[in-house]
Design a protein around this ligand. Structure first.
Ligand code: MF3
Ligand code: CO
Length: 249
């Protein structure tokens, strides 16, 4: 479909419920991230947390055959890191990307955390990527064009001397995990589709300290920076309102 999905008040109530579970799950991940824990342990904790809520299930599991609840992307891994036996070490950064499915509706969000003490460069990367998402949220309301979001993310990231990972984009979602429109992290203000009220989009800057460019790992899921530089990812599921925006997760 190449048109916006508009959600009913009832659907929005369900999305809010899913989003609350998802936001709490990501907070839990933040509290568990520490030297010594494995990415598989994080994944188990996330799955258990989500399933504890009646009717809620992990939204990524089974998606194109994806076998886990979380994507855990460490250091040079940008997105879709497969949870496994990797042990987190002091100084690593890890993004925990997760979705909750509830009443057939999808939410999707991500936070990147430092493991113990992290380098100045890593801190800068996390701060700027999170700020880029905040800045983008700040320009969204009914009537905003997708290019306004893209240009805002790009301005913050490049203004801070970092690079957009341009192959990876945000997206519409709700009825499915990915639907119209794509929300690129670079672009021109005033271009692209115009957001209506009561649609749902995921905005997700994926940023790296080196040069733009990706490659796929041998597991056929994990995507890393081509140059091995550090990458961070923050994502919100957002409800577009007449006069602003609501963070669903
Ligand atoms: N947040 C991820 C994205 O928007 C969702 C990954 S689904 C998975 O691409 F199945 F690939 F894990
Ligand atoms: Co997403």
């Amino acid at each position: 479909m190449s048109s916006f999905q508009i959600f009913t008040p009832k659907e929005i109530t369900s999305l809010r419920h899913a989003g609350k579970i998802l936001a709490e799950c990501l907070e839990l991940m933040g509290s568990l991230v520490a030297p010594g824990i494995t990415t598989k342990e994080l994944d188990r904790a996330a799955e258990e947390f989500i399933r504890k809520h009646d009717g809620a299930t992990p939204a990524f599991m089974g998606y194109h055959g994806y076998p886990a609840t979380l994507c855990t992307s460490v250091n040079e891994q940008c997105v879709h890191g497969l949870p496994g036996d990797r042990v987190l070490e002091e100084g690593d950064i890890i993004s925990t990307d997760c979705g909750v499915l509830y009443n057939d509706l999808f939410t999707d969000a991500c936070r990147t955390y430092g493991v113990g003490n992290i380098s100045k460069d890593a801190k800068h990367l996390l701060t700027v990527t999170e700020q880029a998402l905040k800045d983008a949220v700040g320009v969204i309301k009914a009537g905003t064009k997708v290019g306004d979001i893209s240009a805002t993310v790009q301005g913050t990231v490049e203004g801070a001397g970092l690079s957009i990972v341009s192959a990876l984009t945000g997206h519409g979602l709700g009825k499915t995990l990915h639907q119209f429109p794509d929300v690129p992290n670079y672009g021109e203000k005033g271009t692209g589709p115009k957001l209506p009220a009561n649609t749902i989009i995921a905005v997700e800057p994926i940023v790296c300290t080196g040069k733009d460019g990706i490659k796929e790992a041998d597991d056929n899921w994990t995507i890393t920076t081509k140059d091995g530089s550090l990458s961070a990812h923050f994502e919100h599921t957002l409800l577009v309102l007449e006069n602003g925006v609501e963070i669903i997760a």
